[in-house]
Design a protein around this ligand. Sequence first.
Ligand code: MG
Length: 204
Amino acid sequence: MKIICIGRNFAQHAKELGNDVPKEPVFFMKPDSARLPKKAPFYYPNFTKDLHYEIELVIRINKLGKNISKKFAHTYYDEIGLGIDFTARDIQQECKEKGLPWEKAKAFDYSAPMSQTFIKKSEFKDLNNINFSLKKNNEIVQLGNTSQMIFDFDDLIVYLSQFLTLKIGDYIFTGTPAGVGAVTIGDQLEGFIEDQKMLELKVR
Ligand code: MG
């Protein structure tokens, strides 16, 4: 299983970090060890002083594919869940400045908690109008809608599959909306798709 993450897929978020809005998707990977096991506590990593949340919709690949065409892209995923792309922003900044890869800032253990349940695609009326949000300590800090995505789910599948074989059980984190920010020990994070709570964790 691999976790592929899309960066800068919401224009407002790209801008808040001082990045250009991309003309093609930006992606990076997290290893399977980035998953937070069920019911495992989430601990603030000791190598960063600026850990950020990024709430993201996650699609699960359900069919093996390579060089997938736009027409068939929608048949390669059938469930949508929610995840947090935890980012050591201080380390990422260093990597960016030095022109180095981001893995140290993005791919560390438990950096990709995901909802236990995924929602069948067929349960959504319109995939281009899905609201999702993150609450920190009971206050909404991020609110996104799939209509704001620069590249939609199908575009991402087409693009990624040019480079990578997509396999059953792979996950794609599809990008975060504006509002990313720091967490501190003791913070409570809750993620929602529409009004449904999908994910909850406390930073320890
Ligand atoms: Mg992200």
